[in-house]
Design a binder for this molecule. Structure first.
Ligand code: PLP
Length: 360
């Protein structure tokens, strides 16, 4: 009802591009996470792309990214004209493995690339281990982007996502924790300089004067209609986060004896973009999925193939050492439960659940 009213207000004023709701949303997003600059944009992918363009990456610049993530993380690096170098993930949190990051930096140098930055992903809603990653980026003089497409509203060391890296990007895709009614995204930073470059890049690299261009940019604005929806969603977002955390707790209780339930590190809180478990090696995942489906629980696989094994990305460099063995193991064994609270498992008996996960 409130969203309909908000949409009606936009229909009445008719400022569909960069209307007042866009600026109001930016103000409120910045205040929410306690960051100086919040810049809305057209999607989480464009948020990454705009940030990488603003950091002025070049062809021989290595940008370190996890392989166990959504394609956009690496895609934006390629679109911005730099070289993605794939890093392994941790079995415990599914997030970037700092040891593998060091191996990837070593590998990039060996290939004659200049290590420039890291895009850490807060996978499934939990922040990456920023203290550990920051220690490495500082040692090597790298910048740090947090791809927080799945983690807006989460925290690390009692600081909210948006403040944990030099630049943080998020997505308002409908299924993300803070979702709009279409595509949208945002960039957060405490750097006024980067913020002003990103604002220019978002409108084709325009300078202060219309039709004068200082950079090659993109059409990367957030629609006013999406901003109006997001303002209403943001007003109740703390409750949304609480609901998701309650559902995750209920899943923990139902599933912890059957599978490896997701672990949140002591410094962090998660917003549970996905509740993703690790199945025991001997279980056949598709059988488990079928069993759960028969009980009315639709599970999904995020992600079935890590990026370094995809046709579009397999020729890019990757960490040496143990390689990306954990990413490959995770993609074979993870399973995500629905985060829509009408689908929780509490209505199922333990016997039903035991049956779903029995060894075939
Ligand atoms: C969803 C997502 C993106 C891209 O966001 P869009 O708004 O869909 O462009 C980027 N990175 C990660 C980790 C995501 O989950």
């Amino acid at each position: 009802m409130l969203i309909r009213q908000a949409l009606n207000r936009v229909l009445e004023h008719g400022q569909f591009i960069m209307g007042p709701e866009v600026y109001e949303l930016e103000k409120q997003l910045g205040a929410y996470c306690g960051v100086k600059q919040a810049i809305s944009c057209s999607s989480g992918t464009d948020a990454l792309w705009l940030s990488l363009m603003a950091l002025d990456v070049k062809k021989d610049h290595a940008v370190f990214v996890p392989s166990f993530t959504f394609a956009a993380t690496a895609e934006a690096v390629v679109l911005a004209g730099a070289m993605p170098v794939f890093v392994d993930s941790l079995e415990t949190t599914y997030n970037l493995d700092p040891v593998s990051l060091e191996q990837a930096i070593f590998e990039a140098k060996k290939l004659g690339l200049a290590p420039k930055g890291v895009v850490a992903v807060d996978l499934f809603g939990q922040p990456a281990d920023y203290d550990a990653i920051r220690a490495i980026t500082q040692q090597h003089g790298l910048w740090l982007i947090a791809d927080a497409a799945q983690s807006f509203g989460a925290s690390y060391n009692a600081q909210l996502v948006g403040t944990l890296a030099d630049v943080t990007t998020t997505s308002f895709f409908p299924t993300k924790p803070l979702g709009g009614y279409g595509d949208g995204g945002a960039v957060f930073t405490n750097s006024d300089r980067l913020a002003s470059t990103i604002k220019s890049l978002r409108v084709h690299g325009q300078s202060d004067k219309p039709y004068e261009y200082q950079y090659v940019g993109i059409n990367g604005r957030l629609d006013t209609i999406q901003a109006a929806v997001l303002l209403e969603k943001l007003a109740v977002f703390s409750e949304t986060v609480q609901t998701r955390q309650n559902l995750a707790k209920a899943y923990d209780e139902s599933l912890s004896t059957l599978v490896k339930t997701p672990k949140v590190i002591s410094q962090a809180t998660s917003v549970w973009a996905q509740y993703t478990v690790l199945l025991p090696e001997e279980l056949d995942r598709s059988t488990v999925m079928d069993n759960l489906k028969n009980l009315g629980v639709t599970t999904r696989i995020y992600y079935p193939t890590p990026l370094h094994l995809q046709a579009a990305y397999r020729h890019f460099p990757r960490a040496t050492g143990a390689g990306l063995a954990t990413c490959e193991m995770l993609s074979n064994r993870v399973l995500s439960f629905p985060m829509n609270s009408s689908h929780d498992l509490t209505q199922l008996t333990q016997r039903d659940l035991d049956h779903c996960f029995s060894v075939i």
